[in-house]
Design a protein around this ligand. Structure first.
Ligand code: ZN
Length: 464
């Protein structure tokens, strides 16, 4: 047989969609060409021995905030994608709001794409935005290959004239009608602006500015009201919806119920809602500040319950970095500090550690939430998200029992803060492979930092 594999990954416990199997993976020209026992080796074949390792499909992180163009001093494609590669992520989706200009029209998308081009360690997709005033830009953004649209129901923060704004109800409704007309998908930050704004103003008037006060200004009801409203709009417009970073099990149940009655809606949550609780916000300070806020320990347990029941569609990091001084400057109140958790490098290890090693959930379940389900939801399943013949060889080797304490120096973000520093993780990503190329090893760090490509989508399919 003349099959000349460029690379064979041997002896690993390969995480397939429904089972884990000890197989070799043969790779030709960046694609998975064979799965089998004892694949033939010829002199030029590169071998990676995955003994004692799981081989998983690379994570697909649908929710990161890189800040280019213009705000790369917060986080850029180089540093951000290197951190993702080190964490076992092989495809990510950049959110439209933190660059200047935000990605809300074709010209801004071009600037975003230029900033990313040649600077990403792994493949990526780009979100467009839905904001007041850009209804006429949506179709053109879709035709240019954005993966979908992101909108905020609550104020996203930030400053300046051109900043990304939350949608009013009319923009949301009209936007959803337009997005539905071309079969697009809308991702929503679901917190009620009316509720969070009124509570925040009241806290400010009364000088309440602790972590606990912040959390009480963004109660679960703010999430539930926003989810209920958006589900109604989805039902009336036929627009597909993806709820980002859902923080409560009740909202997950609402979305799940809507799905059962036929709505095309999905729910994401993030490692921080599954690993941390409101006490971490008190103890760690603004490094653990995010919106919606971290919830109670009881709520964290309930989220794991709905996750184990298959009611959560995917896990994404919501990596939302900033210069460290915006988290820790002296005199900075919890309210004034930047809201956003920097955590993308740890997503897979956190989920495997807590989900598989601590809670005993199936590796296949955790893997599907990190790779297969996001690929399917966003039209990438013909190339990404599973270990199967014909798909891109986007793979991660993870040692399931290698305990290490996360150190700031290991983090490849531009600014090395994270609420997970000092945490002991029971597993470790040891290699990441993107389209058949090793892009990261635990010993060598990031080896190849610029080969990532923009995957454009059109009408729910990858464009060639
Ligand atoms: Zn986000």
């Amino acid at each position: 047989m003349e099959n000349l594999y460029d690379l064979i990954i041997k002896n690993g416990n390969v995480v397939l969609p429904n089972e884990v199997s000890r197989l070799d993976i043969g790779i030709i020209k960046g694609k998975i060409a064979a799965l089998g026992k004892d694949l033939p080796i010829i002199p030029n074949t590169m071998i990676i021995d995955a003994e004692e390792h799981y081989v998983l499909p690379g994570m697909i992180d649908m929710h990161v905030h890189f800040n280019e163009p213009a705000m790369g001093h917060w986080e850029g494609f180089r540093s951000g994608s290197a951190a993702l590669a080190a964490g076992g992520c092989t495809t990510y989706a950049d959110m439209p709001l933190n660059g200047n200009p935000p990605t809300v029209n074709r010209a801004a998308l071009n600037l975003k794409a230029d900033a990313a081009n040649g600077n990403s360690a792994v493949d990526y997709v780009l979100w467009g935005g839905l904001v007041p005033g850009n209804l006429a830009d949506l179709e053109e953004l879709a035709a240019a290959g954005v993966t979908g649209f992101k909108a905020f129901l609550s104020n996203p923060g930030g400053e300046g004239e051109g900043r990304f704004r939350e949608v009013d109800d009319d923009t949301l409704y009209q936007g959803m009608k337009i997005i539905a007309s071309f079969g697009g998908i809308l991702a929503l930050h679901a917190e009620s602006e009316d509720i969070t704004n009124a509570l925040s103003l009241d806290a400010e008037r009364n000088g309440r500015n602790t972590a606990g006060d912040f959390a009480s200004c963004r109660p679960p009801e703010a999430e539930l009201e926003a989810v209920a409203r958006a589900l109604l709009y989805s039902e009336r417009t036929g627009c597909r919806l993806h709820f980002v970073h859902i923080s409560t099990s009740t909202a997950i149940e609402m979305i799940h119920t809507a799905k059962l009655r036929g709505l095309d809606v999905t729910a994401e949550t993030c490692p921080h809602y599954l690993i941390l609780n409101e006490q971490h916000m008190e103890d760690l300070g603004p490094v653990a500040k995010c919106a919606p806020p971290l919830r109670s320990e009881e709520e964290r347990e309930k989220l794991w319950k709905v996750l184990s029941e298959g009611k959560i569609d995917l896990i994404a990091s919501d990596h939302s970095p900033c210069p460290t001084e915006l988290k820790v400057k002296s005199g900075l109140s919890f309210f004034e500090a930047w809201g956003g958790i920097s955590g993308a490098q740890s997503s897979l290890e956190l989920m495997f550690h807590e989900g598989v090693n601590v809670r005993g959930l199936p590796v296949t379940l955790i893997s599907s939430l990190l790779a297969e389900l996001p690929a399917k939801r966003f039209g990438m399943q013909d190339r990404k998200g599973s270990i199967a013949v014909g798909l891109d060889a986007d793979l991660v080797l993870l040692h399931p029992n290698r305990s290490h304490s996360l150190q700031a120096e290991e983090l490849l973000y531009r600014h090395k803060h994270s609420p997970y520093i000092g945490m002991t993780l029971s597993c470790q990503v040891t290699s990441t492979i993107s389209r058949g190329k090793v892009v990261y090893t635990a010993e060598g760090g990031v080896i190849s930092g610029t080969g990532g490509q923009w995957l454009r989508l059109h009408e729910g399919q990858l464009m060639e």
